[in-house]
Design a protein around this ligand. Structure first.
Ligand code: G3H
Ligand code: 13P
Ligand code: ZN
Length: 339
């Protein structure tokens, strides 16, 4: 099956009340782990690459790996998504590279750090919607800012400061109407990376009420939750047991994500949990098999550990069992739909 537009997956998820995990990739093993989990659970998938991933792996390697993934898994609908595009140019280059979906993150300026104005966000998002929809490509936008900073991306807001940059439900409706985006990433107090919360989050810091309010006002809006890794203690413990030094930290509980899915969340971004799983497996192998030096010896358990996390999320988000049920619409079909 060719790569399909992300909008098709989100529409199916909305019609059937589930969410779709969007998993970040940088290399072959991560793509293989996601595809193996999708096969194991019969799930449609969103595979996403950040700007950092695109420069780390080179677009062309990524593109061919994704073509391989679709050839080897003909029964799995796959959307290929640009995560956190910082400008219309970045999104355009992703469309040209064959991505079937792009995120124009106009919540920050082009430097990926400075919170942007409403007018800037509307203008860049509209521009991307115009050229992406002309090719049938899906567009995700963001309103409000996440906390934290990851690989140079993010406003660097603390857990407390992030509370001042949450998505305003009233503005969300206006923003979606003005820009015509397909999906809206909302800021509800989460941040990228492993250090989201200093203790198990309560409703005061993880503002699920914002999601419920937006859904009440816009029941048809596909919402996206960024920074949605759950940062399981078991994964941190493995890293620390085998030489790592990660302090106590908390992520987004899966039950909160499931609550979000009941109220319009259709795409859930997960990167950190997979990083933790892979790193723990590599540390364990290298610490316990000190004579080993073949990269396959540690990449294989790393890939298996990521597959386990991804498969678990696919079941928890409800996308499992839906691979064969998604209509196989093409980019050309979506061009007609948008026009
Ligand atoms: O946006 C956050 C994702 O975890 C990607 O991170 O920019 O380090 O590839 P990255
Ligand atoms: P995590 O760092 O919580 O996995 O979030 C990833 C993300 O939002 C990518 O856009
Ligand atoms: Zn993100």
């Amino acid at each position: 099956m060719a790569l399909i537009p992300m909008r098709v997956l989100l529409d199916h998820a909305a019609e059937n009340g589930y969410g779709v995990g969007a998993f970040n990739v940088n290399n072959m093993e991560q793509i293989q782990a996601i595809m193996a989990a999708a096969q194991e659970t019969d799930s449609p998938v969103i595979v996403q690459a950040s700007r950092g991933a695109r420069s780390y792996s080179d677009d062309n390697y990524l593109r061919h790996l994704m073509i391989a993934a679709s050839e080897l898994n003909p029964g799995i609908p796959i959307a290929m998504h640009q995560d956190h595009g910082n400008s219309p140019e970045t999104c355009k280059s992703a469309v040209d590279m064959g991505f079937t979906s792009v995120m124009m993150d106009g919540s920050l300026e082009e430097d990926g750090k400075t919170p942007a104005s409403w007018d800037y966000n509307v203008a860049v998002t509209k521009k991307v919607v115009e050229f992406a929809h002309a090719k049938g490509v899906t567009v995700e936008a963001e309103l409000g800012c996440l906390g934290g900073i990851e690989d140079g991306q993010g406003a660097g807001l603390s857990e407390e400061e992030a509370q001042d940059h949450l998505t305003d439900p009233e503005e969300a409706g206006e923003f979606v109407k003005l820009t015509g985006c397909d999906a809206l990433a909302v800021a509800i107090g989460t941040s990228h990376g492993a250090y989201k919360f200093k203790k198990k989050p309560t409703g005061q810091v993880l503002r699920m009420d914002v999601i419920r309010e937006i859904h009440k006002r816009m029941p048809n809006c596909h919402m996206v939750m960024h920074g949605s890794s759950s940062v399981p203690k078991e994964l941190i413990d493995i890293i620390n047991e085998f030489g790592g030094e990660m302090p106590e930290t908390y992520g987004v509980p899966v039950e909160d994500i499931q609550e979000g899915i009941k109220h319009g969340v259709r795409k859930i971004n997960v990167d950190t949990d997979n990083r933790l799983a892979m790193t723990g497996a590599v540390r364990k192998l290298l610490a316990t098999q000190k004579g080993h030096f073949d990269p396959r010896d540690y990449l294989k358990p790393a890939r298996a550990a990521m597959q386990e996390v991804v498969a678990a999320r696919m079941v928890q988000f409800g996308q499992a069992g839906n691979a064969g049920k998604v209509e196989q619409k093409t980019l050309a079909d979506m061009v007609k739909y948008y026009s």
